[in-house]
Ligand binder design. Structure first.
Ligand code: R5P
Length: 299
């Protein structure tokens, strides 16, 4: 059996793999889970639960949480697929390390490109990901990238929750201007932005104080990701100080580290909306449909 497509997935991505397979009309024999056994010394071994029937294999993996372990798992799985002689596509909904796209301080490693080189080494034909932190990496990555956007489905999810004709999209930093303005357009809302600074040594975030035209408005803070929440918290405080009647934080990738969700609420955020690129309690947009549409277009 050669034509068709096998979906291979790690245990953390079962939900996405199942929905993608169902959207594409694939059956049980076309989906292959990877079982992981961890040893006491931290090493682990992988086992594909059944044969990979088709020549084309789509490996779906969530990279977060346990990013570094998952990179090792990715290497092992790619090696196996390469040895089987498969044509490999890789789906990583949230591409970790994308923020380390250059040497910010002298001597640092631009880590994201290491991942591209590894994928190229194992013959990955294409990496499919979603709202990659900085699209500048795409042309320099060692492997072809297809960067899907969750802006449309996130805007659709948000629209009924916002006051009609009275919403303002707020980009919490200059780096998010392009995606926030695209989100505002999708929403049919006005748009503005803040200036943020990150101390590259301590990681501390500061945002320039600025009064925004938010009196009585529903403010949507839009970013690619919420990690510690510091960026959105600063923006939420400014929105509230400017008279916002409601504040919603929307992102594609919600890591929500160290109690970030509670801290966001304390800073004035009424709601958080994200995709399920990372499993979390606020994931209201399912990325499976985006992925299956991308794969269907290939067929
Ligand atoms: C960086 O510029 C990203 O777009 C996010 O703004 C940032 O990573 C969010 O991190 P945190 O939630 O820790 O402020």
């Amino acid at each position: 059996m050669g034509s068709g497509m096998s979906i291979v997935y790690d245990s953390a991505s079962y939900d996405i793999a199942k929905d993608v397979a169902s959207d594409l009309g694939l059956g049980d024999a076309d989906t292959v889970g990877i079982e992981k056994t961890q040893f006491k010394d931290g090493e682990f071994k992988l086992r594909f639960s059944k044969p990979v029937l088709h020549d084309s294999a789509v490996l779906i993996m969530r990279m977060y949480p346990n990013v570094n372990d998952n990179i090792i798992e990715l290497l092992f799985a790619l090696k196996k697929l390469k040895d089987m002689g498969k044509r490999i596509k890789l789906v990583i909904p949230y591409l970790a390390y994308a923020r380390q796209d250059k040497e910010f301080l002298e001597g640092e490693v631009a880590s994201i490109y290491v991942l591209g080189d590894i994928m190229a080494h194992y013959g990955v034909e294409e990496l499919i990901s979603i709202d990659i932190h900085n699209s500048v990496i795409i042309s320099r990555f060692g492997t072809k990238i297809r960067n899907l956007s969750a802006i449309g489905p996130l805007a659709k999810e948000l629209k009924p929750l916002m006051p009609e004709d009275n919403a303002l999209v707020l980009s919490p930093d200059e780096g998010a201007i392009d995606r926030s303005s695209a989100f505002a357009e999708e929403l049919g809302a006005a748009y503005t932005y803040l200036k943020k600074h990150r101390d590259r040594v301590t990681g501390e975030i500061t945002t320039d104080d600025k009064s925004i035209d938010a009196e009585g408005k529903g403010v949507v803070i839009f970013d690619d990701m919420i990690a510690t929440g510091g960026t959105v918290i600063n923006a939420a405080r400014i929105a509230r100080a400017s008279g916002a009647s409601k504040v919603v934080a929307v992102c594609t990738h919600a890591l929500l580290l160290n109690g970030a969700a509670d801290k966001l609420k304390e800073s004035g955020v009424d709601e958080i909306i994200s995709t399920n690129s990372i499993s979390n309690a606020f994931a209201k947009v399912d990325v499976s449909r985006l992925i299956s549409e991308a794969l269907r277009n290939d067929a």
